[in-house]
Design a protein around this ligand. Sequence first.
Ligand code: A4P
Ligand code: MG
Length: 167
Amino acid sequence: MISAAETATKAVYIGLGSNLGDATRNVQQALVLLDKMPLTRLEVHSSLFLTAPVEASGENYVNAVARIQTSLQPEELLRELHHIEREFGRDRPYRNAPRTMDLDILLYGLQQIQSDSLTVPHPRLTKRAFALIPLLQIDPFITIPGAGPAHAFAADVADQEIQRMGT
Ligand code: A4P
Ligand code: MG
């Protein structure tokens, strides 16, 4: 929820992914929880997509991208996202392990961030169909700060398996 007094909001894009448990339900529930974060409102989300694991093992993933409006600062937002991941019982046994819920900050307004805990735009956004294609579905003409128009990268990921779901 965002109060009427809150004006300094940023458009932020969140990538959602799940390939453990009921992945479709996990993504749908996470979308609801994004809207409930403090100082935040969910504006729009992409379709859900079924995607083959990229540099990862396990079941196919369900992925989506959401655009939120938020007054949370990037580090605060990351904490809130980790909090939601924990609600799904996410643990981190090793990098790219199957997960009940992964929430990544793909874009935070036009900001470029490089810190110990955050790299934004997400460094693999342009290389992964599971993030790029849902992003383009909701904002076909979006520009990635430091990289250029997102649609220019679609051809690079055309060989990755991704299928829009009926849900
Ligand atoms: N971190 C740095 N930048 C960011 C950011 N922009 N957003 C740090 C979120 N977190 C960011 O993340 C590890 C740390 O990254 C965080 O604590 C934060 O400080 P993590 O979620 O614990 O680790 P991870 O997800 O295993 O690693 P990573 O690097 O996020 O992996 P990716 O690139 O997200 O890839 N295939 C399909 N089909 N669908 C998927 O969703 N996901 C991955 C994970 C691999 N293959 C996949 C999918
Ligand atoms: Mg992640």
